[in-house]
Design a protein around this ligand. Sequence first.
Ligand SMILES: NC(=O)c1ccc[n+]([C@@H]2O[C@H](COP(=O)([O-])OP(=O)(O)OC[C@H]3O[C@@H](n4cnc5c(N)ncnc54)[C@H](OP(=O)(O)O)[C@@H]3O)[C@@H](O)[C@H]2O)c1
Length: 253
Amino acid sequence: MIDATGRPQSVLVLGGASELARAIVAGLVPGRCRTVVLAGRPSERLEAAAEEARTQGADVVEIVAFDATDLAGTPGVIDAVFDRFGDIDLVLAAAGALGDQADLESDPTAAAELITTNFTGLATALLAAAARMRAQGHGRLVVLSSVAGERARKANFIYGSTKSGLDAFAQGLGDSLVGSGVSVTIVRPGFVVGRMTEGMDPAPFATTPEAVAAAVIGGIESGAEVVYEPPVLRWVFAVMRQLPRAVWRRMPG
Ligand SMILES: NC(=O)c1ccc[n+]([C@@H]2O[C@H](COP(=O)([O-])OP(=O)(O)OC[C@H]3O[C@@H](n4cnc5c(N)ncnc54)[C@H](OP(=O)(O)O)[C@@H]3O)[C@@H](O)[C@H]2O)c1
């Protein structure tokens, strides 16, 4: 159960090896999160994330196989977690891929896979989790969106459009859950210096996984509906959204 300070005691991470998710779990476990379920594609990185959560002091840490592109199998994965571990206070939707825009433009099948992972797969998982949380009468879904979804840029519109879709979905889901005891927090980080952006030049207002984690945990505790990291991006993108298309399409890659 979420305690009086709003801290979850159990978390299911979709994309358990994600660098941002690992930083968030590292913040949750010392805050009394006892059960950590890491759902992801089997890998050494996923095993390492589980070991990390054990070392941090979680009592129960389990890995569950989850591939966001397995749309038919996803509701069963979510149900099995809730059946096995009982109430889950927090579901963190962290799975996602950035891809290389040029490669994706020349390979529509690869683009479709990325779109499935980032949007359709997570939407499927979130619907299944929301139903279980609605039945238990409480819980929070935290969705890692991106400022890239605020307005798709020519240079990465495939990734950006998946984040726009996921973000819109999460907003609607959150509205549909009002009164159920379940809520949704949408997180819109800017450029995070880390694994996903390795080798890229940092964009203005670049941040770190630790800063994103602190912002997410603050958002969970305050019950925020939307979290920007860094916070200034809320106002930067309020302006960016108003730029004429002719100006916006000249934005550098
Ligand atoms: N890093 C940034 O600059 C940034 C900025 C804004 C938003 N975000 C979003 O934040 C989230 C986490 O990103 P991150 O920085 O932590 O990147 P990351 O370390 O690359 O984590 C992404 C995770 O998604 C998992 N994943 C990819 N495809 C999957 C699939 N088909 N099924 C299940 N899992 C899959 C990956 O699994 P494997 O380990 O098996 O590859 C990986 O663990 C993403 O949704 C990303 O779009 C990131």
